[in-house]
Design a binder for this molecule. Structure first.
Ligand code: ASP
Length: 459
């Protein structure tokens, strides 16, 4: 039989009612065997996601959500987490005996001490998914569905890297497959966390349950992934910027990666585990599980008239422009410049260049650490003596992507005239030979308008 690996996001698990909707979705299709769960998300009663509350406990009340310090202190956050799980379990009709292990477990976790702050944050952050999975397992069995719990610590799911920003260690896939295949019934797996080789609990980047889902799909060689969330599928532009943006029915992995690279709603980081096996990834709404949703897959027929699949954007970029006469004849200078950035842990996104100039584009977050920008400029000056080094910030990147652009000559010209009509000046352009996407840098203040203008031009 071919199996689906389903993932339910925090918005599908924020109340007992939502757990029940989720249960019905699982029950309605016998191929839905592997269930990856996130931590409960925000709800009408609770303003914060459980994961943010957990980070706030680990950071003694100093955690920020979207750059704003949370309104709760450590103790209030811990109390809120207990209250969220208690409410869900009470509303589910679970008896006090059934609720007790979860609440006791949380209380014990909150009293744990750590000597390493990163390990402490990873451990605390992981608890949302840990208890969510235990609860889902409990609830499915309570409702008469046969389910097994596969905690990463028991089924051999391994991560590698930094405890709060890890990645799957692909060498564990066969072992995980053997372990999971031996379990009866529906298999519930917590997303977002697993163990490092030395037994330390580590977490993936935020929203990492999507990555857990695709890694499990890769390990068990699933026939599809179904990602249940609060939207009907992937939109052609971020609906917060273009509320009328239409849904994409079918899109390829490469197109999604280009768009997703800039727009976190699309699970770009999750797709690499699926691509070699051509496992399709469906994005569906928990509220409308029988709807078409969006299918992300290896290949598709691109309609003749289609020019682009979508447009996305991201703010908070900076660029360092390096200029010096005869820069183009300085063999290896670009490699030296790249190395200077990587030595300081700065991930470069693009390097558009002229003859005597070279611009390095990266996310501003990398230079927020005090002293880092100064150090970067000092090292660059050393590597390229006599160069003018100028930094510009407040930049956004807009990407226009889709396989359709290969079949049309006018995608770039129409994009630029759409911007010109709105008096938006492109600050930089970047177009590779893949003919599947191009990037335009604009001032942060114009980014949303740029996305709207491009969307209107093509859809
Ligand atoms: N709960 C984690 C987060 O909020 C991971 C996830 O939801 O995928 O980022």
């Amino acid at each position: 039989m071919s199996y689906s690996v389903c993932k339910f996001g925090g918005s599908s698990l924020a109340s007992a009612e939502l757990f029940e909707e989720t249960r019905r979705i699982i029950d309605s299709d016998k191929s839905r065997k592997y269930i990856v769960v996130s931590a409960p998300g925000k709800s009408k009663e609770y303003k914060y996601k459980v994961t943010d509350l957990l980070f706030n406990v680990a950071r003694d009340g100093n955690h920020k959500v979207d750059g704003i310090k949370m309104e709760l202190n450590r103790g209030e956050s811990a109390a809120e987490i207990i209250s969220i799980y208690t409410k869900i379990m009470t509303d589910m009709g679970l008896t006090p005996e059934m609720r007790e292990p979860i609440i006791d477990g949380l209380k014990k976790d909150f009293s744990k001490t750590f000597s390493d702050q990163d390990k402490k944050e990873a451990y605390f952050a992981s608890r949302g998914e840990h208890y969510s999975a235990r609860l889902m397992h409990l609830y499915l069995n309570h409702k008469g569905m046969k389910a097994s719990l596969a905690l990463p610590e028991d089924c051999g799911l391994l991560l590698t890297g930094h405890p709060t920003n890890a990645a799957f260690d692909v060498s564990c896939a066969d072992y995980v497959k053997a372990k999971l295949s031996a379990l009866p019934g529906i298999i519930v797996v917590p997303g977002y966390y697993a163990l490092l080789k030395d037994g330390t609990v580590a977490v993936l980047p935020r929203s990492g349950s999507d990555i857990s889902q695709t890694f499990v799909a890769h390990a068990v060689n699933a026939s599809r992934c179904e990602n249940f969330t609060d939207v009907d599928g992937i939109a052609r532009a971020n609906p917060k910027i273009v509320p009328e943006a239409s849904q994409i029915k079918e899109i390829c992995f490469d197109e999604t990666r280009e768009l997703a690279h800039l727009d976190s709603k699309v699970p770009a980081a999750a797709l690499p585990h699926l691509i070699p096996h051509r496992i399709p990834f469906y994005v569906k709404s928990t509220k409308n599980p029988n709807g078409d949703g969006t299918i992300v897959c290896s290949d598709r027929m691109v309609p003749a008239e289609e020019r682009i699949a979508g447009v996305s954007s991201k703010k908070k970029y900076a660029v360092i422009n390096i200029s010096r006469l005869l820069l183009n004849e300085d063999l290896g200078v670009d490699a030296e410049i790249s190395r200077t950035f990587s030595d300081l842990g700065i991930l470069i996104e693009h390097i558009p260049s002229g003859i005597d100039t070279l611009s390095v584009v990266f996310e501003k977050k990398y230079i927020e650490k005090p002293g880092l920008l100064n150090e970067l400029e000092r090292r660059l000056q050393e590597k390229v003596p006599g160069a003018d080094i100028i930094m510009k910030e407040e930049m956004a990147q807009v990407v226009v992507a889709g396989r359709g652009m290969r079949n049309h000559h006018d995608v770039a010209s129409r994009t630029l005239s759409a911007l010109a009509k709105e008096k938006i000046k492109p600050l930089m352009l970047n177009m590779g030979a893949s003919d599947i996407s191009f990037f335009i840098a604009v001032h942060e203040n114009s980014a949303d308008e740029a996305v709207r203008a491009i969307y209107k031009e093509f859809f």
